[in-house]
Design a protein around this ligand. Structure first.
Ligand code: HEC
Ligand code: HEC
Length: 392
């Protein structure tokens, strides 16, 4: 009822001040879709059967109860909930789920410990870097190939989706034809830390299925990531029967969720002070922009990423896939400004870096020479570069 009043009020105002708008209702409808999508993003799912049929279907296996639990305010997650482990296993499926509905054991519990090493900078400042080590409890098979991945910020994902594929492919240089030591290669798609997901529709379907255990049109199996070998898991009741298209999330809700994702705003850029201006020049001069690129669609889209995969060296490698183990998609750096107030910060694919400085010092492989150049900078230049990053 409130929404209806709001729509009428908005069209009335638009009419009065003569904004040229052919169909004000269409705009309000999009706004409503966004709000519905946001509510779905934040909604806490429960296991079936429950009295609230529209919110049940969680699991049987899951990692969290809502999208927002991992992507807080559509931002980056914290490792304790939002660090997931991709696997490729006959028994465990595509991902390890650390939670399960009542009566069903979760697949594992994971503990993280860190070893540290010292990186010395030009002015003899010493920085500690922490390498994570994982222990998987109660699993049938170990050691286990896996790929840890922390939930990234979703600010601007809708804009990334609109970059024409040809512009991304134009930046790829898989054989390093130009001899700059950097050989970006295109992944299967542009989303995810391995650039293996084509678009937001796929990513949302996948997240619903493997992170929450919710079925939708693209991944219609209500058991989510339970495999044929996990009989106990398959026998649990689900929230699909009797629902729209027998899906735990029907098409209408799914498309509202997408319209929310496509319109998550980017934070305002704050790069106008002296240090961030000079920091931007340093960022360009030492080679950061070979990968953290800008200038798509005639310069209107500037994510600071080429959305390509790069060999980042052994220290960052996972163990899931030999061919791709050292390769990671350049993460977009826009939106970092919104994260700077966070009391604890987590950077890189597994959240191991606790500051921008640490994140940069972990760069290796194709980024080794940029990292060396960074470590050799004067303290002022280094701080200016970081202050530039903090403002974008
Ligand atoms: C358990 C934690 C978790 C939950 C719950 C979760 N995500 Fe994610 N999300 C992640 C992780 C981790 C990644 C990175 C995945 C990868 O790299 O393969 C990710 C990636 C994404 C991306 C791609 C971002 C990019 O820049 O590549 C989108 C979009 C997304 N999630 C949307 C959603 C939506 C929508 C939901 C709810 C249906 C959701 N996520 C639920 C952890 C989570
Ligand atoms: C060869 C390509 C390449 C170059 C050159 C490069 N980066 Fe990166 N950068 C990456 C990739 C890939 C990652 C993600 C690695 C990971 O998560 O394991 C990354 C991650 C980051 C992150 C963390 C982002 C996040 O969301 O957690 C920051 C900050 C960053 N780079 C800054 C820089 C700076 C500053 C420079 C120049 C000194 C630089 N990068 C040079 C490819 C590159």
């Amino acid at each position: 009822m409130n929404f209806r009043l709001l729509i009428i009020f908005l069209s009335f105002v638009a009419g009065n001040i003569c904004i040229a708008q052919s169909n004000p209702f269409a705009i309000s409808q999009a706004g409503l879709d966004y709000l519905t999508g946001q509510a779905l993003f934040e909604k806490t799912w429960v296991s079936a059967p429950s009295s609230t049929r529209a919110s049940d279907g969680l699991g049987p296996l899951y990692n969290a109860r809502s999208c927002a639990q991992c992507h807080e305010n559509a931002g980056r997650g914290k490792p304790e909930v939002a660090l997931i482990f991709r696997v490729d296993d006959e028994y465990y499926g595509k991902q390890l789920q650390t939670r399960a509905v009542a009566g069903l054991p979760a697949e594992t519990q994971i503990t993280i410990s860190y070893s540290s090493r010292i990186e010395v900078l030009s002015d003899f400042d010493e920085i500690l870097l922490y390498q994570p080590h994982y222990q998987f409890l109660d699993m049938l098979t170990e050691p286990f190939p896996f790929s840890p991945r922390l939930a990234p910020s979703l600010a601007g994902v809708g804009v990334l989706e609109t970059i024409p594929l040809t512009e991304i492919l134009a930046k790829a240089d898989p054989q390093d034809g130009n001899g700059d030591g950097i050989s970006g290669r295109a992944g299967l798609g542009r989303f995810g830390w391995k650039a293996d997901v084509i678009n937001l529709e796929q990513q949302t379907g996948l997240a619903l299925s493997v992170d929450l255990g919710i079925s939708s049109e693209l991944f219609p199996n209500p058991e989510g990531d339970c495999t044929a070998l996990q009989g106990d898991c398959l026998s649990r009741s689900n929230g699909a029967s009797g629902q729209d298209q027998n899906l735990e999330m029907g098409q209408a809700a799914f498309s509202s969720l997408l319209s929310f994702l496509r319109n998550i705003p980017l934070p305002a850029i704050n790069d106008s002070n002296r240090s961030s201006n000079s920091g931007k020049a340093v960022f360009e001069n030492i080679g950061c922009m070979s990968c953290h690129q800008t200038g798509y669609v005639q310069g209107s889209i500037n994510p600071y990423s080429d959305l390509l995969l790069h060999d980042m060296g052994n220290a960052l490698a996972d163990t899931l896939d030999d061919e791709l183990s050292k390769e990671w998609r350049t993460p977009p750096l826009w939106g970092l400004s919104a994260y700077q107030q966070a009391a604890e910060q987590y950077y890189l694919h597994d959240g191991r870096a606790r500051s921008l400085l640490e994140a940069i010092l972990w760069h290796g492989g194709e980024a080794e020479s940029a990292k060396q150049a960074f470590a050799a900078l004067s303290k002022t230049d280094r701080e200016d570069l970081i202050s530039f990053l903090q403002g974008i």
